[in-house]
Design a protein around this ligand. Structure first.
Ligand SMILES: *Cc1c(COP(=O)(O)O)cnc(C)c1O
Length: 467
């Protein structure tokens, strides 16, 4: 214990360190308070480590100053920051799904830095509805009676079931009770609504009879159909189409609710993959309510969008959970701007980044790979590169069996393990690069790398390949 007391007493005072030239310079650049904070944090950490018996000596003052400066630097870097998505997966959930269109970013900036008429009607001076403007846009774009928006699609599912099926049964096929990622299971979300989940069918096969029997034998309120998201069943399978399900719903007086997951806002022909039913098709097929994410195929902000029959949407709007799950004003601003772009589908295709990345012609992706490869060569990076054709998934649980055509620069470091390069790219400053390894090479997929990011990627490859 005595030894620790001696060590503690020999820790220099903060103001002694602050007189070091390096810290005085830092104080001029970043302000004295920030530097004092970093020094105090460093000394506190040192004291704790002495008390725990970890530090057996006090580092020399220059080392303490350097450590404080390092703290200052990392403390000033936002944890949430711009990274280069070199995976080719346009809707990468871990990388924030859809980047926003410029128009949406401008709308966010405008709503963030000013007061807004968020819940205020300028014509009358009375209280107004937060979501009325986007609801109107959604009704026009998707051809539905009514719309409502909440925080995300999981919230939309929860609200729909709470409003329509609390205390009653909701029938769902066993083949659709998916886990949507990070351990969250659809069944658990459905049950949190207070609805009783009535599983029908077998894992691989569900028939119309299964739903009909469930409707006769249980006190049901809802027939629920979920997009199977990130997986696909093959082989001896059978499922009931939304159209058939809606017919059963009408026959038994039940609401048909379809969780579309990604929800394609344009006609199916607009996408370079098949198997994602469009929102308007789901409504035409007879779903009473459809819901989907704002940041998947729509290419907007995180949001949960509910469309369908006015009477049912009205019940959701008035449910207490609607207040707990409400969308924030910045997401709302981004959503309205994104939906306005869809009023002109050609504009949407050009200006919504996620949509553009999904639809870019392979030739354009090859040209970007040639450009990126040239930059890497100009940097003189210590590696061998090759432009190769690749296949890439859509991401976000959308069109799980689709693989889109693309191109990548494949990088083989001359002296390092490819895993070392991959890790160094993730740590690259100022712009981390997230890439994948395939067959011993690092792939930089140009479907999700922007032209303006290519120079930073090339510089990171050069630094990452150096011994
Ligand atoms: C992605 C997805 C969700 C969750 O949507 P969030 O907007 O991430 O909450 C729910 N259901 C399905 C089928 C999905 O694909």
């Amino acid at each position: 214990m005595d030894e620790r007391q001696t060590l503690l007493r020999s820790i220099p005072a903060a103001d002694v360190l602050l007189r070091a030239p390096s810290l005085e310079a830092a104080a001029r650049a970043h302000g004295g308070a920030a530097v004092l904070g970093a020094v105090r944090a460093e000394l506190d950490a040192l004291r704790a480590s002495v008390l725990h018996g970890e530090a057996r000596a006090i580092p020399p003052r220059p080392d303490l100053c350097a450590a404080a400066l390092q703290r200052l630097r990392t403390g000033q870097t936002m944890r949430l920051r711009h990274v280069v998505n070199a995976t080719g997966v346009a809707l990468h959930t871990n990388l924030g799904r859809a980047p926003l269109a410029d128009a949406a970013c401008t709308a966010v900036q405008e709503a963030a830095s000013n007061y807004t008429n968020l819940e205020y009607t300028l014509e009358t001076g009375a209280r107004g509805s937060r979501t009325a403007a986007v609801e109107e846009l959604l009704c026009v774009l998707c051809g539905c009676e009514a719309a409502f928006v909440v925080n995300n699609n999981a919230a939309a599912v929860l609200l729909a079931l709470a409003a329509l099926s609390r205390g009653k049964g909701a029938a769902v096929s066993r083949g659709e009770l998916v886990e949507i990622g990070d351990g969250f299971r659809l069944r658990d979300i459905l049950e949190e609504s207070g609805a009783r989940v009535v599983e029908v069918g077998a894992t691989n096969r569900t028939h119309t009879d299964d739903y009909e029997r469930a409707a006769r034998e249980n006190d049901l309120a809802v027939l629920f159909k979920a997009h199977t998201s990130n997986f696909r069943m093959v082989g001896f399978t059978q499922s009931v189409s939304l159209r058939e399900l809606a017919r059963i719903g009408v026959r038994y007086g039940l609401a048909t609710v379809a969780d579309l997951g990604g929800g394609a806002p344009l006609d199916e022909a607009a996408y370079p993959f098949s198997g994602e039913p469009s929102i308007s098709r789901a409504l035409r097929d007879g779903a009473d309510i459809v819901c989907f994410s704002g940041d998947k195929l729509l290419g907007g902000p995180q949001a949960g969008i509910l469309l369908g029959r006015a009477e049912l949407i009205g019940r959701m709007r008035l449910h207490p959970l609607a207040r707990a799950l409400r969308i924030d004003k910045l997401s709302l601003a981004a959503l309205e701007a994104t939906l306005r772009l869809y009023c002109d589908p050609a504009r949407a295709g050009n200006e919504i980044p996620a949509l553009r990345m999904l639809c870019t012609a392979p030739e354009t992706l090859r040209a970007r790979a040639v450009y990126l490869n040239k930059l890497i060569e100009q940097e003189g990076a210590n590696c061998a590169t090759e432009i190769i054709s690749v296949k890439r998934p859509v991401g976000g649980g959308c069109a799980p069996s689709a693989l889109l055509d693309g191109f990548a620069v494949a990088v083989l470091p001359a002296v390092l393990h490819v895993e070392t390069l991959e890790a160094r790219l993730r740590a690259a400053a100022p712009l981390p690069v997230v890439a994948r390894i395939s067959q011993g090479r690092l792939l930089l997929d140009t479907a999700t790398i922007r032209d303006d990011e290519c120079p930073a990627v090339a510089a990171a490859v050069k630094a990452g390949c150096a011994l």
